[in-house]
Design a protein around this ligand. Sequence first.
Ligand SMILES: Cc1cc2nc3c(=O)[nH]c(=O)nc-3n(C[C@H](O)[C@H](O)[C@H](O)COP(=O)(O)OP(=O)(O)OC[C@H]3O[C@@H](n4cnc5c(N)ncnc54)[C@H](O)[C@@H]3O)c2cc1C
Length: 292
Amino acid sequence: MARFEYFAPTSIEEVIRLLQEHGKEAKVLAGGTDLLVFMRDGRVKPRWVIDLTRVEGWAYLTETEEGGVRIGAMTTLREIEISPLLQARYTALVQGAREVGSVQIRNRATLGGNLCTSSPAADTPPSLLTFDATVRLRGPAGERLVALSEFFTGPGENVLQPAEVLVEVLLPPLPPRTGSHYLKLSTRRALDLAFVGVAARVTLAEEGETLAEVRLGLGAVAPTPRRVEAVEELLRGQPLTEETLARAAKVAQAAVQPITDVRASAEYRRAMVGVLTKRALQRAYAAAQNQA
Ligand SMILES: Cc1cc2nc3c(=O)[nH]c(=O)nc-3n(C[C@H](O)[C@H](O)[C@H](O)COP(=O)(O)OP(=O)(O)OC[C@H]3O[C@@H](n4cnc5c(N)ncnc54)[C@H](O)[C@@H]3O)c2cc1C
């Protein structure tokens, strides 16, 4: 591993000041489960490493007054996985977090790190997209809120400026009669990235049958995690039948741009988008009916 200088600041202000001082050659370190791997491979060679773990008050999971949730960027995926607050309502996020690596990885890996690595195949973005998540970013000029759907700009790329950090993830409150589900396919059963990830969120109309609102979030089948608005519009106001499911699967398949790599071929990925879209919608629907 190339030599670097290590800093362990204790406040976000100090983190931002250090990033400003050292520019593009500096990297922040959260759980290190991506960054240290990239540094050991020589893919990333920061001259300055700024450890975030001593900054107090950056790991939290709290309910907002409106009934949504705020999650500090340094919250670990394990904390998300076992959170009763999230389990009860934001189920697909819990399922996504649970899919990451092993329990040892999840004990270190943070939500902020999972988003800022910006892998198209990461397991938390698809469900966060279905919950209309927003991220709070902070830099020298202050704070800004960015919809997660606008955060990712390409594989490994996002809208963060050089001296900016991700502070927290905001989940708006969910309407009643809402259910969600995340499904992942990977080559091995554990410790592997998804070659397809599908999250669905469904809100039922008051009579408990018609789809009042739908969200579909996909991972690993486009340059960034993304929503498929065409499916969401297609299903709004419809019942969930074999026919509407089949149409939704077709539209989802047409919307993706999968690649062929070591994990799967583009054709197989596209086929699995159809299968998983149907299955995730069915499970989200069943979960919504249980809430009704
Ligand atoms: C064996 C193994 C298996 C894995 N399996 C999966 C998997 O199945 N699914 C999956 O999604 N991921 C998987 N991962 C990847 C990894 O665990 C996650 O992406 C993790 O959530 C990254 O978080 P971290 O805290 O470790 O980030 P770090 O490695 O510390 O940082 C990652 C990147 O984000 C930046 N960063 C971190 N926090 C912030 C912040 N608050 N603001 C700005 N920038 C920030 C860092 O500078 C760095 O560029 C796996 C990793 C390993 C080693």
